[in-house]
Design a protein around this ligand. Structure first.
Ligand SMILES: [Ca+2]
Length: 338
């Protein structure tokens, strides 16, 4: 077995090719997926997991503002694709919230969005770049839309072309919101929901259907400080690059959450697609607080709210095992490899 991280997960015989080769021709088992993302350190692990998983056929990436400005998120997405050895269509999902001023999480993810990881300079994104609804329209059949950032781009697509969204999105799974867990941006609100509560309200009311993977479950998926330090000691370019990103995220968690580790929220919706049933979902009627203040962006149960399913329990060891097998080398995530 090659010890190189790149060789394990990103080598020339990709898991994707190997899996396709073992299947009968003409039988498409891969789940077609479009990922709307604001990379982002946890987005990076989620994207690498998706790109390295034969169960998923990632058809394209749509990039949003969120953890950083959209120009940086776009540059980061291209760098993640380059390091994964993939070329995919990249669309622009949203540059700013529907009505609120743009805010980013630079104190969590660093000014570039990827901590101290080296990235090329960001360019200007011109107006004719493909929007999310065009990326969806190009799909020959319905896809699973995964959103890992604010849902502004999906709300805009629903405003501009609801028929395309409804025809091409068979399932929407989102890292967003919280019910019983405390917020991570205010006492009550999760960051993606807080960024654009009006967009989340519009998306929920569309009842696509949407499934929410929120802080109630994502807080249970933690890379420990010891695991991050082990990653930093590996002699491997991708491991060093990920470590430079994760150590900033780790320092943030240590300072603000008194947590020796990183909550890697965005990995969970991807893991659920690969290993269905690793989370429990329950149906709710949900609404979003649109008022300013600590309640802004809070998701809560409301008998008049929109129907959606929300994750209420998780088996994080499944996601940790997937990361160990497909993104991080086994010695990093020690117990998951057993
Ligand atoms: Ca994200």
């Amino acid at each position: 077995m090659r010890r190189s991280l790149a060789g394990r997960s990103l080598g020339s015989v990709s898991p994707s090719n190997a899996a396709r080769a073992s299947r009968a021709p003409g039988i498409a088992l891969d789940i077609p997926v479009v990922i709307d993302t604001d990379p982002g350190i946890d987005d990076t692990l989620a994207l690498l997991l998706a790109l390295n998983s034969p169960e998923l056929d990632v058809r394209g990436i749509a990039v949003s503002y969120g953890n950083t400005v959209v120009e940086h998120a776009h540059r980061n997405a291209l760098e993640i694709l380059r390091r994964a050895g993939k070329r995919l269509p990249v669309a622009i999902s949203a540059r700013r919230p529907l009505v609120r001023p743009l805010a980013t999480a630079h104190e969590t993810h660093g000014p570039s969005g990827l901590g101290d990881a080296r990235v090329p300079p960001a360019g200007v994104i011109l107006d004719y770049v493909k929007p999310l609804e065009r990326l969806l329209d190009e799909q020959p059949d319905p896809v699973t839309l995964v959103t890992l950032g604010p849902v502004t781009g999906l709300a805009l697509a629903l405003r501009r072309d609801p028929a395309i969204v409804r025809a091409k999105v068979a399932r929407h799974i989102a890292m967003i919101g919280n019910l019983r867990a405390a917020g991570n941006t205010t006492r009550y609100a999760e960051f993606n929901a807080w960024c654009d509560p009006e967009a989340l309200q519009e998306v929920l009311r569309a009842e696509l259907p949407t499934e929410l993977v929120g802080l109630d479950v994502t807080r249970k998926l933690v890379l420990t400080g010891a695991e991050i330090e082990r990653l930093g000691r590996l002699d491997d370019p991708l491991a060093r690059w990920l470590y430079a990103a994760l150590r900033v995220y780790h320092a943030f968690h240590r300072k603000y959450d008194q947590l020796d580790g990183c909550v890697i929220n965005d990995v969970l919706p991807i893991a659920e697609l690969i290993a269905p049933g690793m989370m429990d979902f329950e149906p709710f009627r949900l609404t979003v607080h649109l008022e300013d203040g600590e309640q802004r962006g809070r998701t809560r149960i409301d008998p008049q709210g929109a129907q959606a399913r929300m994750a209420t329990a998780v088996r994080p060891e499944v996601a940790r095992r997937l990361l160990a097998e497909r993104v991080l080398p086994a010695p990093v995530v020690a117990e998951a490899a057993r």
